[in-house]
Design a protein around this ligand. Structure first.
Ligand code: SF4
Length: 268
């Protein structure tokens, strides 16, 4: 009986690191399968970028969809929005569909964690047949290299980097307040949709909001928008000053993800 073939899979998030890894691995593993777990609530910029990447790779990127949409699971979780602690959205909309796709096969899973992220961990897969490999870590590829790889490929970074720092759903709770403001200004329809998911529990008075302590309705008030922009500009100016003596490479390395680590399946 012939031995079962080992599958090689690179899961794309629509973010810069996994995209750069796809570029980096092009032609190195001819049987590589490229996949993207599509929640159905990703930004149009992400879908456009994946199309460009697919063209560059000259290989199909398999879109894996969840059996049910976000709204179905939200009902199941009784209207409690996901947050960085529970992350049920990643589990139900990304991980579960990915594991179904993998099945019980033997898989080498290519993960784009960089050499300058020694602290970074996260879900790869607990399935016994899945073995994760880290080509960027193994080859000392750092953040500045990722930008270079994407630049040299002609792809550049996804267009949403103009106003948002991470890939993922338009309503992702990992967004900073300034990114919510940017969503409001660039995609008012999506901002409105995100707003509609927020609720007050009439029994307990508990508020379910995407941003801690503030509803999107409150965040979108003109005086609040102006305040968030002003605070962001002040932070930017301070960071610029702090970095004036740093080389470009060091600047990239200093821009590490702030706060809690986002999910690998969504933001790599
Ligand atoms: S991108 Fe954000 S909201 Fe979407 S599944 Fe991932 S963690 Fe959840």
């Amino acid at each position: 009986m012939s031995e079962k073939k080992v599958r090689h899979i690179l899961a794309l998030s629509g973010g810069k690191d996994s995209s750069a890894l796809a570029v980096y691995m092009k032609d190195k593993v001819p049987e590589m399968e490229y996949v993207f777990c599509d929640t159905g609530d990703e930004l149009q910029e992400t879908y456009d970028y994946l199309d460009k990447l697919e063209f560059y790779l000259r290989k199909k990127i398999t879109r894996i969809n969840s059996d049910r949409p976000f709204s179905h699971y939200l009902k199941l979780y009784r209207g409690v929005l996901p947050d960085s602690r529970t992350r049920w959205c990643t589990r139900m909309l990304k991980i579960k569909p990915y594991e179904l796709f993998v099945g019980d096969d033997e898989v080498v899973s290519y993960v784009g964690i960089r050499a300058d992220e020694p602290y970074r961990t996260g879900y790869i897969s607990t399935k016994p047949g899945v073995r994760a490999v880290y080509p960027f870590r193994e080859n000392n590829i750092r953040k500045a290299d990722v930008f270079r790889i994407l630049e040299e490929s002609g792809l550049g970074v996804p267009a949403y980097y103009e106003w948002r720092s991470r890939s993922g759903c338009y309503f992702c709770f990992f967004q900073q307040r300034i990114e919510w403001v940017n969503l409001l200004e660039r995609h008012p329809d999506l901002f409105k949709k995100a707003m509609e998911y927020e609720k007050n529990d009439p029994l307990t008075g508990e508020r379910f909001t995407w941003v801690e302590g503030e509803s999107l309705q409150e965040l979108s008030m003109p005086h609040r928008v102006a305040q968030i922009k002003e605070q962001h500009e002040m932070r930017q100016a301070q960071m610029k000053q702090d970095r004036s003596n740093l080389s470009l490479g060091k600047i990239f390395e200093s821009e590490e993800d702030d706060g809690e680590m986002p999910c690998l399946m969504c933001h790599l």
